[in-house]
Design a protein around this ligand. Structure first.
Ligand code: ZN
Length: 137
């Protein structure tokens, strides 16, 4: 969970507003940012969700604001961490992700016990966003 910028400096994690099509503001998108050369890029782990969201908006979106943390577990985790203190560094993010995965696994087991398919699918999606893996095999 660390990235070195092409200028050689370690990048930091930030939340940024991405503006799509000049109309839609997508808030709380996790990015890597370089303090040295101010290059920035979207964190690879959230790219599939972001591109999915943009695809849903289509070519002619109506004006508005979206909260990326409402549809992505990574962004949610970072927004929550930011409420407590400054944005965590890469190692801290790693710890937070592990904690969140453990929490979701606990809920997953609970949902399985209740045979709640919808709930299971939702938790699976959240886990997938964090780990890049699916529990479905
Ligand atoms: Zn740089």
């Amino acid at each position: 969970m660390q990235k070195k910028c092409s200028c050689g400096v370690m990048m930091t994690i930030k939340l940024r507003t991405v503006i799509y099509s000049g109309k839609v503001e997508i808030d709380n998108v996790p990015i890597f940012s370089c303090i040295a050369c101010s290059r920035s890029e979207v964190i690879p782990e959230v790219k599939p969700d972001l591109t999915g969201l943009i695809a849903q908006l289509g070519a002619e979106p109506s004006k508005g604001t979206l909260l990326f943390n409402e549809c992505n577990e990574w962004a949610d985790l970072l927004v929550e961490a930011k409420l407590n203190k400054n944005l965590p560094n890469s190692q801290e993010v790693q710890v937070l992700i592990e904690q969140r995965i453990n929490m979701l696994l606990d809920i997953y087991i609970l949902a399985q016990g209740l045979n709640d398919e919808v709930w299971i699918a939702e938790i699976n999606k959240r886990l997938q966003q964090l780990s890049g893996k699916s529990l479905y095999t």
